[in-house]
Ligand binder design. Structure first.
Ligand SMILES: C[S@@+](CC[C@H](N)C(=O)[O-])C[C@H]1O[C@@H](n2cnc3c(N)ncnc32)[C@H](O)[C@@H]1O
Length: 241
């Protein structure tokens, strides 16, 4: 079961318990919300959900109450949903939000790329990595991004570089990795097991998988490079056998 479905079940269970307390007369209606929040967070903790999900559980029911109290017109919700979809794509499936590689990471990444390498950024966001690497005229650069808004921003940005950079829109899992010397990923912990499996199946011997920040569970990296930025980011490198 995905965390999203599990989260909904936890919220529904906590709501049912707190409402039945009210119904049984053990709880005044005014205490229903704090009890619901407490039960949802406790259940999520007991089920071993990641810490950031506990925060979502704490905010979920109060956000519904706030929304009802504000009495906003329904199109606001449709607009927010559409903007979120344009910005993040099917994040319920990918479980990868949009955040960008910083300058320190790009400076650490560039010297790792062999001369003349073909480089693919999977989940390329707004093209930050490829725009920076575009200064190296020897590299052949490709990026794939599934969310429409970042893809469009990246398309405009990369056109301005004047470099022939392949900029694809779609699911990175549908792009074959076999023609690339280096695959760069800055995704999320949830995405890494599938990326690793795909890399092992498709990347050729000697090619390099580089993951910004996120390790592959139970697979030791061949090399780890400290980026020395404010958040202590690391580049994890795996050379394909
Ligand atoms: C953390 S951002 C990194 C952006 C860029 N690589 C960088 O380092 O600045 C991850 C991006 O991957 C995209 N993404 C997630 N899953 C994807 C998938 N299955 N196919 C294509 N893009 C995906 C997200 O929409 C997001 O823009």
């Amino acid at each position: 079961m995905t965390p999203a479905w599990l989260g909904l079940l936890v919220q529904a269970g906590a709501s049912l318990v707190s409402l039945s307390f009210v119904w049984l007369g053990w709880l005044a209606v005014g205490y229903c919300l704090p009890v619901q929040v407490g039960l949802a967070v406790l259940a999520a903790h007991k089920l071993g959900q990641p810490r950031w999900w506990l925060l979502i559980h704490a905010l979920f029911a109060p956000a519904i109450v706030l929304g009802l109290w504000l009495d906003l017109p329904p199109w606001i919700y449709l607009l927010a949903f559409t903007l979120a979809w344009l910005l993040f794509g099917r994040i319920d499936r990918s479980r990868v939000p949009l955040y960008l590689s910083n300058q320190a990471t790009l400076a650490a990444l560039e010297p790792l790329l062999p001369k003349g390498a073909s480089v693919l950024d999977i989940g390329a966001g707004t093209g930050t990595v490829l725009a920076a690497l575009g200064r190296r005229s020897d590299l052949q650069l490709t990026g794939v991004e599934h969310a429409w808004l970042p893809w469009l921003l990246g398309w405009c940005r990369l056109r301005l570089t004047g470099r022939p950079i392949a900029w694809l829109r779609g699911d990175m899992m549908a792009v074959s990795l076999q023609d690339f010397d280096v695959v760069y990923a800055f995704l999320s912990p949830a995405a890494m097991p599938a990326v690793w499996q795909k890399a092992r199946q498709e990347m050729t011997s000697g090619s390099l998988l580089i993951s910004n920040t996120f390790a592959v569970p139970d697979v030791t990296a061949d090399r780890i490079i400290e980026v020395n930025d404010w958040k202590g980011a690391r580049l994890h490198l795996w050379r394909m056998p």
